[in-house]
Write a protein that binds this ligand. Structure first.
Ligand code: ASP
Ligand code: MG
Length: 420
């Protein structure tokens, strides 16, 4: 097999950790695989470099930032190659440029345009383990770029796609992707397998585990990705194309987002062009709108429009909405910053009914009021009062029987019956 292994910041956090990575790489190689390695900067390094520039400038030039930030990954690539060599295997470290990762010119958040991967392929052909500095590329004119925070994941998936690797392993400090945040639900279960689309929808949980853009890339090129820990040998979570097994599971995970605010324009005229005008103004201010809810007016004259935006943009969105709708004779505009969005996600929703009903019933049983609802093919989101976020996540996790404990309980029950 050809395996691409990416090691995150904590996995290469110090010399001991780098030695452990080298051992794992060599172990994989010994099992008759070809291995290409991608590394992140040692944990805290990128933040440290950003901190240094902040001391010098409040608005540093992107080109200079990128040359600086790319250095963290170069250090760990070289150290990892040295550690592998020390174990008697031949490794060679490479920068983004050396492996031909060409990006656009959007410094500090560049997009990959193409990858030649020539030197990686040549190294592999010669039995050498390439160790590639993640998170970086170069523009057409050879300026260094970086791919946005967490961009090492994207390097790994892109290299895996370019090499047509059999597997892309992302090593981190957690065991994989969980049914929900284990800090809220200690009973949360590690998923063995998850569809790309589910992973994207769970991004608010998974973002810490996998960079969203890397998942989009993996989906597009159908790169099988495994998220696993470099601190143990547990198998991790496989992120792949959806299959029949996955459709049998109605809900795979529960995500929450406490970072939203809700704007409601009350009693806006119900006529063509109002929503267009409002959301054009919001878009012009570069504010990203998530949910939008508008009903038909009951009297044919006036209606309410509600929408959510990132909480940090709440006040700005309020001001814009006030300006627009006052011209249109609205009564008033409300801003609520104490809201949260809780979503249940699963590709099985495509083929099962009653999922929304169960979600709403569960919330009703616990006296949790729903302010807004939105749905997609594989997701149902409810906006609630943020003080009920943890409770909501917990009761939904229970209602859809996602926990580890549920399974155990069921098993125990079966056993008892058997004995009787
Ligand atoms: N070192 C970069 C960061 O901290 C990229 C990465 O780790 O993937 O965001
Ligand atoms: Mg990461």
């Amino acid at each position: 097999m050809l395996i691409v292994q990416k090691y995150g910041g904590t996995s290469v956090g110090n010399v001991e950790r780098i030695k452990a990575v080298a051992e794992r790489v060599v172990q994989t190689k010994k099992q008759n695989n070809d291995v290409a390695v991608i590394v992140s900067a040692m944990s805290g390094e990128t933040d440290k470099l950003i901190g240094l520039t902040n001391k010098l400038s409040s608005n540093p030039d992107g080109r200079e930032m990128d040359l600086l930030l790319s250095s963290g990954e170069r250090i760990s690539a070289a150290l990892t190659a040295i550690a592998i060599n020390e174990l008697g295997f031949k490794a060679m470290s490479f920068t983004g440029r050396q492996v031909g990762i060409v990006t656009d010119e959007a410094h500090t958040k560049a997009r990959i345009e193409r990858i030649s991967g020539e030197r990686v392929k040549r190294a592999l052909e010669n039995g050498i383990i390439p160790v590639i500095a993640g998170f970086q590329g170069v523009t057409e004119t050879s300026d260094v770029t970086t791919l946005g925070r967490g961009g090492g994941d994207l390097t790994a998936v892109a290299i895996a796609a370019a090499l047509k690797a059999d597997l892309c392993e992302i090593y981190t400090d957690v065991d994989g992707v969980y049914t929900t945040d284990p800090d809220i639900v200690p009973d949360a279960k590690k998923l063995d397998k998850i569809a790309y689309e589910e992973m994207l929808e769970l991004a608010s949980l998974g973002a810490k585990v996998l960079q969203t853009r890397s998942v989009e890339f993996a989906k597009k090129y159908e790169v099988p990705v495994v998220v696993r820990s470099s601190f143990n040998n547990n198998p991790g979570t496989l992120v792949v194309k959806e299959d029949e097994d996955m459709e049998k599971v109605v809900v795979s995970g529960i995500a929450y987002d406490k970072n939203q605010a809700k704007i409601t324009a009350i009693a806006v005229h119900d006529r063509p062009g109002i929503a267009a005008k409002l959301f054009n103004a919001i878009a012009d201010a570069n504010i990203i709108v998530d949910m939008i809810v508008q009903n038909v007016s009951s009297d044919g004259k006036e209606t309410d429009i509600s929408f959510t935006v990132p909480r940090s943009d709440g006040r700005k969105a309020l001001k814009i909405t006030e300006e627009i709708v006052s011209e249109l004779g609205a009564k008033r505009v409300d801003l609520r910053e104490d809201i949260a969005k809780v979503s249940i996600v699963g590709v099985g929703m495509r083929t099962h009914s009653g999922v929304a009903a169960k979600m709403f019933e569960t919330l009703a049983e616990h006296g949790i009021n729903i302010m807004m609802i939105s749905t997609s093919e594989i997701k149902i989101s409810s906006v609630i009062d943020s003080k009920y976020t943890e409770l909501t996540v917990r009761v939904l996790h229970d209602a859809f029987e996602l926990g580890e404990g549920k399974k155990k309980k069921q098993k125990r029950k079966k056993k008892k019956n058997f004995h009787i």
